[in-house]
Design a protein around this ligand. Sequence first.
Ligand code: NAD
Length: 374
Amino acid sequence: MSRRYKVLALVGDGIAHEIVPEALKLLDAVQTVYGFDLEVLGPYEFGAKYYAYHDMKTGWDPAVTRELLFEADCWFKGPVGLPEYLNRLPGPYLPINQRLDMDVYANVRPCRLRPGVDSVLVGREPGDIDYIVLRENTEQMYVRVGGQLSRGGETELAVDNYIQTRKGCERIIRYGYELAMSGDYKGGAGAPVDGARRLTCAAKWGICRGDNLFKAVCEELEPGYPGVETDYAWIDAWSYWAIMRPDYYDVVVMPNQYGDIMSDMSGAVQGSMGLAGSINAGDAHCYAEPTHGSAPDIAGRGVANPTSLILSVGMMLNWLGDKRGDQRLKDAWRGIDDAVDTVLAARRVRTPDLGGSSSTAEFGDAVIGALAPP
Ligand code: NAD
């Protein structure tokens, strides 16, 4: 008998309330089209607003236990956080520190110029841009190893240590080589300009010792992947080249904070943050979330682009398909990705970030209507 997969849905803040319902509708529809069985748990509330409504005591619905987060086959969340609550919240948003506790070390953030989307880069056409920012997710500046010195109630010194380990470098770089070989999460394998499967290692060696290690590990692993061309770029130069020749890039692997910043820049390169999907993937766990935040500037108006989360849950299904050996889930990812392209290419239904006037729900409905059986 075919297995029933458990998928946990978490809402979050701001536009999460608008885009999460579209992801839920989509998951409902893809089960029928691709013939698999999901048990969707939730959606459950969590985040800054939840804290505020619960007297700043707890950040998540009590149904969301630590065990549930680990037991689900995978899960997804809308963006979380609101600027007015920054540094005011007493605890974490969830009962775990997601990225570290689940050891989801690979943050996969595709950047593709899709049909029907006008590029912000002059002269670039759909098909010209199709790369992945592969961000290491468990090291570098975001592991909170550091401290601060306060005297007389005033913070005088703050330190964040830059941590890079051999294990951390090795597994993310291997993940990058494997992504380049598989072509997963891309429109097609290889770089648009020449079809080469290319891994670009981007960091700041020569300055940061952690980045010397990152590059050295890549050089050690390079001979093991003869089918993939290895390319090295200083991260500052890469931010230039990504704009000047985005078609040269296929998979670009980088330490944590660089990936955080470069994937937002890549949101612009692909035409809108509302198109920027991502998964946080490890060997045992995966959760999906958009690259962007809660977009308080447009929240509550029903105009957010749900594509980011729709693509994220598609990627999550692909990850699950690989882990459980279930081709139907991988077909569903491809089907979701193609359906998004079909709707964008038609230029009839589009949200304001892409110059249209459709609502979030209208766009979500159009994607579901464009789902084609494998
Ligand atoms: P943001 O990513 O929320 O917004 C940046 C810009 O992109 C805004 O102009 C916004 O309108 C636009 N945008 C984002 N998503 C869109 C969508 N789906 N459709 C159309 N336009 C979209 O960045 P911000 O304003 O700096 O952050 C807002 C809050 O989100 C902050 O509290 C921040 O801490 C939080 N945040 C959360 C996450 C996360 O949950 N993973 C990530 C980043 C920021």
